[in-house]
Each structure stands twice: as C-alpha cells, then as structure tokens.
Design a protein around this ligand. Structure first.
Ligand code: CDP
Length: 229
C-alpha cells in the first residue's frame, strides 16, 4: 500500500501535535514536529545570548544547529548537540519568542530543507504552519486543524499547569493571539489554510474523533489510489 504524506497545519493549541502523533502511530508512519525545530533554533539563540532582532546571527545559529529528532515512548525527543532539550524548548519564554525567530527567511530556508529531507521517503505525518502550503505542497492529505481561541488557550493552560507552570489564562490567551497574528501576518509562508486542505474544527471534538476523521480520509485516499476510476 502507498505510504502517504500527511500535512497537518493550524494555530497553537488546536491539537495538531497530539493528533499527528497518534495518526502516525496508528499508521506506523514517522511523525515530524516542525514546530519543535523552530523552537530548537529559538532555544539555541537564547542559550548563545543572541538577540532575536540580530537576524544575521540568528540565521547563522539556525544554519549551524546540530539538531536531531528522535522518538521514545511515543514522545518526540529533540537533541541539540546531543543535549536533550525536549522540555526546555516548550517553556512559556521560548513560546513567546519563537514566532519572531520563525519569521526570518534564512531560518525558514534552513528548517524547510531539513523538513523536506525528513519527509522524502513518504510515510510521514508532519505538523506545523506551512506544511500543506509550502513545505510539502504535494502532500497526499492536507488537514487544517483549528479550534476557538478560548478552547485553545484553555488546553495550553492545562498542559502548562500539568507541567507545574503557574500561568494566567488571560496572559496565555494574549500570548497565543499574539503568536497567531505574527504567524498569519508574516511575509514568508504565513499560516493559512491550503486551498486543498480539509478543515477540522476541534473545539467540540475529542482527540479520538479528530484522529478518526483523519484516518478515514487516509483510507479513502489509499482506496482511491488502488482503484483509480
Ligand atoms: O505547539 P504549538 O502549536 O504551540 O507551536 P509549535 O508547533 O511548536 O510551533 C511554534 C512556532 O514555530 C509557531 O508559533 C510558529 O511561529 C513556528 N512554526 C512555523 O513558523 N512553521 C512551522 N511549520 C511550524 C512552526
């Protein structure tokens, strides 16, 4: 059976990474978290005390980043120079800076090159902001996953609270809205639904329901490929 390429895009807190990871597990595909790559660049930039406004230095850091993504116990493990940064790239501080780093053209070029290499064998689920529109425009299945800002902020608040962070729902709502705006309004590969993407609003859906909808689309697609009319 053909191994599909599945692109899942959408704003923060829509459920992309959880849904993408489960879909990949169910199909025995590789899951690629493109956001983790931009987060890793942001982490490296912060570690090297580079100002995000220093574009040249940020691009240099992105190009020389020694990044590895692996999977352990169903979780993405992100290594920079062999150091496990999986948790440190998800702090509220990195979340607040990442969109400024991700809008720099030279950073995107370096990350997109890596993302395309990782996806080149097929059998992948990649989530992000520009996967269906720019990174993998020929993906077999494109999903645009979204949810109301209220629900997305609530989910992110729950996630951070579970990890022991004290954050106010109000501040988080502001941070997410701000990140959405930078991601949607940037010049290069902004967050936008691809014309051929299927929209799934997860506001009132469980993870399981969203996963099942995507798996159904995959089944339709593979049976269509086997029996072309
Ligand atoms: O998990 P969450 O939705 O909060 O974000 P993420 O997927 O980890 O992505 C973090 C940030 O990286 C986004 O807000 C974007 O600024 C950037 N990003 C991007 O520009 N392009 C992608 N393909 C993925 C992420």
């Amino acid at each position: 059976m053909k191994r599909l390429t599945i692109a899942i895009d959408g704003p923060a807190g829509a459920g992309k990474s959880t849904v993408a990871r489960i879909v990949a597990q169910r199909l025995a595909y590789t899951y690629i978290d493109s956001g983790a790559m931009y987060r890793a660049v942001t982490w490296a930039v912060s570690r090297q005390a580079i100002a995000v406004t220093d574009r040249e230095a940020v691009i240099k850091a992105a190009r020389s980043l020694n990044l590895a993504l692996t999977y352990r116990d169903g979780k993405t493990q992100v290594l920079v120079d062999g150091e496990d940064v999986s948790e440190s790239i998800r702090t509220p501080e990195i979340s607040r800076q990442v969109s400024e780093v991700a809008k720099i053209g030279g950073v995107r070029e370096a990350m997109v090159r890596l993302q395309r290499q990782l996806a080149s064998f097929g059998g992948v689920v990649m989530d992000g902001r520009d996967i269906g529109t720019h990174v993998l425009p020929d993906a077999d299945i494109k999903i645009f996953l979204t949810a109301s800002i209220k629900e997305r902020a609530r989910r992110r608040w729950q996630e951070l609270s579970d990890k022991g962070y004290t954050v106010s729902l109000e501040d988080l709502t502001k941070d997410i809205s701000c990140r959405d705006r930078v991601d949607c309004e940037r010049d290069i590969a902004p967050l936008i639904q691809a014309a051929d993407a299927v929209l799934i609003d997860t506001t009132a859906l469980t993870i399981h329901q969203a996963v099942e909808q995507i798996l159904r689309l995959c089944e339709e697609r593979t049976s269509g490929l086997q029996n072309p009319s």
